[in-house]
Ligand binder design. Sequence first.
Ligand code: F6R
Length: 257
Amino acid sequence: MEVIIKADYAEMSKEAAKIIANLLYEKPNAVLGLATGSTPIGLYKELVRMHKEEGLDFSKVVTFNLDEYIGLPATHDQSYNYFMNDNLFKYINVNPENVHVPNGMARDVEKFCEWYEDEIDKAGGIDLQVLGIGGDGHIAFNEPGSSLASRTRMKTLTEETIVDNARFFANKDDVPRYAITMGVGTILEAGHCLMLANGEKKAGTVKKAIEGPVTQMVTASALQLHPQVTVILDEPAASKLELKDYYKWVYNNKPKC
Ligand code: F6R
């Protein structure tokens, strides 16, 4: 696991965008796994800037989002479909046919989840998966207690997640209780996982995920089992890491070979 610590949110976002841009220069038809939430907004802004000012091309890119609330149509302004369009897709030249966000209105959720997994397989698997981390240590909506082998499925959100996400809704009771989410097992099959976290509020959870034991109680800790993970943090999110100085030294002294 490579841990990169940047001064602030803007630097964290730029570093993440650079990693994605480098992948697209190397593999223009890369399959990207994408996340929603507050964390990746700066990353998406930077990708939009790179598209507009530097010609970063998304025309052959395929995308799969991690999750979606059950019961919210794509037109709902708090749905993750809406979020992705509003923060990224409408500003870049991605082909709408290549975009996949789980359908929160699917009639048969189980069938939909099987189809979603099949589509990821058919696309050749996810090359790079962008992740945030929840206050309860979740990746995607894999809440504490989720199997580390789980696949795309319906998940019941914890009270902590509902309270965390209530900031986007008129009131807490409007936050959906259920979501469709890629599983931890699905995420671990991505070629490269790129997890971002910012702010002091995330520091304790980040420490548990990176330096604590691998446990289904903090599903982000499963990333420790993945051979290619990059974690990019701002200083406040990194503030509780035991090996903080070591991670910084490693990053600043990469051998040139
Ligand atoms: C969103 C997702 C979630 C968020 C996490 C952090 O697609 O999968 O796991 O990444 O809840 O959310 P923010 O970034 O809002 O703190």
